[in-house]
Design a binder for this molecule. Structure first.
Ligand code: NAD
Length: 431
């Protein structure tokens, strides 16, 4: 909370802020914002993340932000039962996965596959006199390119990864032709951003020399379409509530496939599940989200990442395919103890397995959202937890939260003003 004593002479130009300790930084921030002692203490309580580690993961640390970690049950993937750790602040996300998984469990659950663990790094060259001839010159240097890339990362090589291929594209851009070299690299159990960025930077001077052009950007593409995770499940009619539900779900998919306004929300629901597992395992949510949305727009029109159709014997068949650049080492995956615990809960021992599990979670999430939308509507399932949030916003504490929430749900009016009135009645203060 900010207090009325917010420092009026506050100045955001703070010299040497990054060199201070987290406690010193927090004191500066508390003074700047007029934080009361309780708020400052809450920030500095980093829970299950060591403050020293937090200070090494990102810059200018003052504390940590805890997000609930829920476990989705009922998941069976490729014949194996799994418990799925999900880090999310949004209500109903964990429950949605449990429900979807329960309804296809007896039919075998999910099957999954992966196209590989290949990442793409891009090197941009401009001012190339003869871009099509330069393209061939680069392609002719494949062996040298492989040697430069593999020389960057002997550890990756020792784990079976490394350079796999080179592609060169001539792009028509607003600034004229642009030569874009793609390095295709197997990054195995690493997400691979640092690994391939290093290779692109090491190779860049050679590209400049071979093309006679000027090299600017050297970085991975988050459109990781050589790293596609896929999952599939069949939901029997008797589990989902009959033909009308099945047809409603298929129609909801058709809507998303035909309309970007709907597809954005459809895919947001998928990412509710995907991002929660990506975050729980210490992976880069933004990288996965960027890849997913770019992939959803690959035809030129933004569309659905999932498909729903009817099997030959009339059951509901759902499938998903999306880029899934996640790792088990690198970034926060290895360093963050909670991420390590989540990986242990999942029992995954390869980045590929993790990616496949996440794809299945995305499909499960989407099934539940579409089923709710096509039948009772999304708000009914959301109401119980939403009512608790509203009760807390109205000032309810302890037992009051459940009591106020129950009355809101019973009345069918989950609003803060109503919650305040109900709370007032409960406390005998008249609201
Ligand atoms: P990293 O560089 O920390 O670790 C990867 C390295 O670990 C490999 O290069 C290899 O040398 C070594 N390694 C050890 N065991 C391995 C195994 N079994 N398989 C593969 N490699 C093994 O991490 P990274 O995965 O290259 O990069 C991930 C980080 O990069 C994330 O934190 C991400 O947020 C960040 N990042 C993302 C972007 C982006 O998405 N646009 C850009 C820059 C950085």
């Amino acid at each position: 909370m900010t207090s009325p004593t917010r420092n009026p002479a506050r100045n955001s130009r703070i010299s040497g802020f990054h060199k201070k300790s987290p406690a010193e930084r927090l004191a500066i921030v508390a003074d700047f914002a007029g934080l009361d002692a309780a708020s400052a203490a809450r920030l500095s309580d980093t829970g299950n993340l060591d403050l020293g580690l937090a200070d090494r993961l990102v810059e200018n640390v003052v504390g940590s932000m805890n997000i609930p970690l829920g476990i989705a049950t009922n998941m069976k993937i490729d014949g194996e039962d799994l418990l799925i750790p999900m880090a999310t602040e949004e209500s109903s996300v964990v429950a949605a996965v449990c429900n979807a998984a329960r309804q296809c469990y007896d039919a075998g659950g999910f099957t999954s596959s992966m196209s590989g663990t290949l990442m793409i790094a891009q090197i941009q060259a401009v001012e190339v006199a003869d871009p099509h001839a330069a393209r061939l010159r680069i392609l002719g240097r494949r062996d040298e390119i492989k040697a430069v890339c593999d020389g960057c990362d002997p550890v990756l090589l020792s784990f079976g990864g490394g350079f796999r291929d080179v592609e060169v594209r001539v792009l028509d851009s607003q600034g004229g032709p642009m030569l874009v070299t793609h390095l295709i690299v197997d990054t195995r159990d690493a997400m691979g951003a640092n690994a391939v960025n290093s290779m692109a930077e090491r190779l860049a001077p050679h590209i400049a020399e071979w093309t006679g052009g000027r090299v600017y950007l050297r970085i991975l593409s988050n459109l990781a379409d050589r790293r596609l995770a896929r999952a599939h499940a069949v939901w029997p009619l008797d589990q989902i509530g009959g033909e009308a539900v099945r047809d409603g779900i298929v129609s909801a998919y058709h809507f998303a496939a035909a309309d970007p306004y709907r597809a954005a929300t459809h895919n947001k629901g998928i990412m509710n599940g995907v991002s929660a597992v990506v975050l729980a395992t210490g992976n880069d949510t933004r990288a996965v989200e960027a890849g997913a949305h770019a992939y959803a727009a690959r035809s030129g029109q933004y569309g659905s990442l999932t498909r729903f159709e009817v099997t030959a014997d009339g059951q509901l068949s759902g499938s998903i395919e999306l880029p899934m650049a996640v790792g088990l080492i690198g970034g926060a995956t290895k360093a963050h103890p909670t991420a390590q615990a989540c990986l242990a809960i999942l029992g995954v021992t390869s980045a590929e397995r993790l990616a496949r599990v996440i794809a299945a979670v995305g499909l499960a999430q989407n099934f539940s959202a579409l089923k709710a939308l096509a039948t009772t509507g999304i708000q009914k399932g959301h109401m119980a937890l939403h009512a608790q949030n509203i009760a807390m916003m109205a000032g309810a504490v302890g037992d009051e939260i459940d009591r106020v929430a129950a009355i809101l749900v019973e009345r069918g009016t989950v609003r803060q003003d109503v919650a305040q009135a109900v709370l007032g009645d409960l406390r005998g203060t008249g609201g």
